[in-house]
Design a protein around this ligand. Structure first.
Ligand code: ZN
Length: 295
């Protein structure tokens, strides 16, 4: 007997399951400890709905977990497709209000989802090492306490944002210091990542220029080419940020990673980002994200 499936409901159901399974498998290599207690000894413990399960060998824990534990959509009861749609809307810079309406989720859910994605981007989008000709520029933004009701002081410090690009397509961009130049923080957050033999080219900042001059004493000068992405960083980042009507300083780092995704040559799609996020085993539930954000 043949049971018809003219509107392809079976196929859709199958596709959903396949996507979820596939996303689970993409993180198999990244699980290296029990997500409940952190113990590094665990054993395979069968399958549930096609997903590998494990059992922790710490005798005080002995909990089971699987490749779908602490997934980006864990605890939210929403499907991976919903997340793919959300990421697509986020890449298109749609407002949270628009996302919430379109996906039929709460505005506060949309807010936490954005921050989960931003947290994921921070993990995957920061170059650890810069080599070749390294171009460094900066932008200054005013400190912003958006969302924080307890701040009465109207004084806003300047936040120094540094952007650095080596030979790779990726760009290191992060807030480095507050209220004036701080050489120690620059050393820690940026300079340490630069290869000793690199040639540094500084744009529009005397402090960075001085560091470049000192560093380059030991480097071989190359044919200097202008890196427009760094030279025009200030204007471009301000333009891209303008639609948000102010970003709280505590979220700046995540938003910069989001900007860099837009700014890089490499093409990102919602699915490539979803797979990247899926690989991360450290996603915590929304309640905990809320606590982290309110710190
Ligand atoms: Zn455990």
């Amino acid at each position: 007997m043949i049971k018809n499936d003219c509107d392809l409901a079976n196929l859709n159901e199958h596709m959903k399951k396949t996507l979820k399974l596939n996303l689970c498998q993409s993180r198999a290599k990244n699980i290296n400890s029990c997500p409940i207690c952190g113990h590094d000894k665990y054993i395979k413990y069968g399958f549930y709905s096609g997903v590998q399960r494990y059992k922790c060998k710490n005798r005080y824990c002995e909990k089971t977990f699987s490749l779908s534990t602490n997934f980006i959509w864990s605890y939210s009861k929403k499907s991976p497709e919903k997340w793919a749609e959300f990421i697509e809307l986020m890449l298109a810079k749609k407002t949270l209000r628009y996302c919430a309406k379109k996906l039929e989720i709460n505005l506060s859910t949309a807010f936490y989802w954005r921050h989960k994605v931003l947290k994921g981007l921070t993990f995957h989008n920061i170059p650890k090492y810069l080599y070749g000709d390294v171009h460094i520029g900066k932008a200054i933004m005013r400190e912003n306490f958006k969302g924080n009701r307890n701040i009465k002081d109207s004084f806003r410090k300047d936040i120094w944002i540094v952007a650095a690009k080596g030979k790779q397509d990726n760009i290191l961009s992060l807030p480095v210091c507050k209220n004036g130049w701080n050489a120690k923080e620059f050393e820690e957050k940026v300079y340490k990542k630069i290869d000793k033999e690199s040639y540094i080219k500084a744009y529009g900042d005397r402090y960075i220029w001085a560091i470049a001059k000192k560093h380059n004493l030991n480097s071989i000068k190359t044919k200097e080419e202008v890196e427009l992405k760094i030279r025009n960083f200030t204007g471009n980042v301000n333009k891209w940020f303008s639609c948000f009507r102010g970003i709280a300083t505590k979220y700046l780092r995540g938003y910069l990673c989001w900007f860099i995704i837009f700014y890089r040559d490499k093409e990102f799609t919602n699915m490539s980002i979803l797979y990247e996020l899926a690989k991360d085993c450290s996603f915590i539930n929304t309640e905990k994200i809320r606590l982290v954000l309110e710190e």
